[in-house]
Write a protein that binds this ligand. Structure first.
Ligand SMILES: Nc1ncnc2c1ncn2[C@@H]1O[C@H](COP(=O)(O)OP(=O)(O)OP(=O)(O)O)[C@@H](O)[C@H]1O
Ligand SMILES: [Mg+2]
Length: 309
């Protein structure tokens, strides 16, 4: 198996509710449900890798409080070298609503302090040589994002394939955010965006046409994946061929991190030497299972031979 690593955001998610919008100020609302858990795009992907039993590295940072210690403990054995910054841990409080929507309140916390030097406390280029690196949470970690070019140079030197999933920018897809993302993608071998991100980035309504347009500005032989929620996922592969996978019909419990779990299972498939089609199917199958189980279950990485039978 090729090496796997993720660089990005790990934070605390506190999910509470349900609450019908919106309380009068100065009141107290008693809710039925609360859940305190590891969050962030990199955290979600790493939890999936952990559950799938694959080997990986995760580079992140933490805040100087009990939540920082709690996050380090959640990734025991992986997080020993994560630097602690002076800020408190980034906390995202998600209020669920009866219609299934959520409203998030998120502090800046430790994420803006995450730097390339922090990532290099964990990552060893020689160990990751020939492997896959998931780069995520770009717009929540602006310091390291400013250093992405040096990161791409390092990845090139070690023949590490970088897969980018920036996530949705908090201030939206401004002209500047689109331009910088297109620049980052020009140095990546894999793009992992959802449908609306893909069509918005390309300025083209059809997701497959948009994926082809994005791919045309990436490294020769790049792969562009489009995650399409209940419709599964599609990918334009290194030879320009289109692959599609459907998502199993499931009763959704909680879609948080669906795309991150997809990224983890998809890259695990590639790292295990599976084809693009099989890896796409792994991503979709594992993500759909994760969002439809409570407590969350990821299953085994499906065996390609078993699927063919
Ligand atoms: N309603 C659903 N039913 C079945 N599977 C789903 C559903 N929503 C998401 N999935 C699965 O999760 C995968 C990724 O989800 P999605 O396309 O929503 O990614 P995303 O928008 O990047 O997610 P995120 O909100 O985590 O960023 C899909 O390819 C699919 O396999
Ligand atoms: Mg996403």
């Amino acid at each position: 198996m090729r090496p796997l690593a993720v660089i990005g955001n790990v934070n605390v998610d506190l999910i509470m509710g349900p609450v019908a919008p919106w309380p009068q100020s100065g009141t107290e609302i008693i809710v039925e449900h609360d859940e305190l858990r590891v969050g962030g795009a990199a955290g979600n992907a790493a939890l999936a890798w952990q559950a799938l039993g694959v080997d990986f590295d995760i580079a992140s940072n933490i805040g100087a409080d009990q939540f920082g210690l709690w996050l380090r403990g959640a990734f025991a054995g992986y997080a020993d070298k994560w630097p602690t910054c002076r800020e408190g841990t980034t906390i995202s409080v998600g209020i669920t609503h009866p219609d299934g929507e959520r409203t998030f309140f998120t502090t800046l916390g430790h994420l803006p302090r995450f730097s390339l030097a922090d990532a290099f406390c964990v990552l060893d280029g020689d160990r990751l040589a020939g492997g896959y690196l998931l780069l995520c949470g770009s717009f929540l970690t602006p310091l390291i994002a400013r250093e992405y070019d040096a990161l791409f140079d390092w990845a090139d030197r070690h023949d590490i394939s970088v897969a980018l999933d920036t996530g949705w920018p908090p201030e939206g897809w401004t002209v500047a955010n689109k331009a910088i993302t297109r620049h980052w993608l020009s140095r990546c071998r894999i793009a992992l965006f959802n449908e609306i991100e893909t069509t918005t980035l390309a300025g083209i309504g059809d997701p497959v046409e948009a994926a082809r347009e994005i791919r045309s500005a990436m490294i020769e032989g790049a792969t562009v994946v489009v995650k399409r929620g209940p419709q599964g996922a599609q990918a334009v592969g290194s030879d320009g061929k289109l692959f599609s996978t459907s998502a199993p019909a499931v009763d959704v419990v909680d879609t948080i991190g669906a795309g991150d779990v997809f990224n983890a299972a998809f890259l695990a498939g590639l790292a295990q030497g599976k084809t693009l089609a099989a890896s796409l199917a792994d991503g979709s199958q594992v993500a759909s299972r994760a969002i439809s189980t409570l407590p969350r279950s990821y299953g085994e990485v499906p065996d390609a031979a078993a699927r063919r039978a």
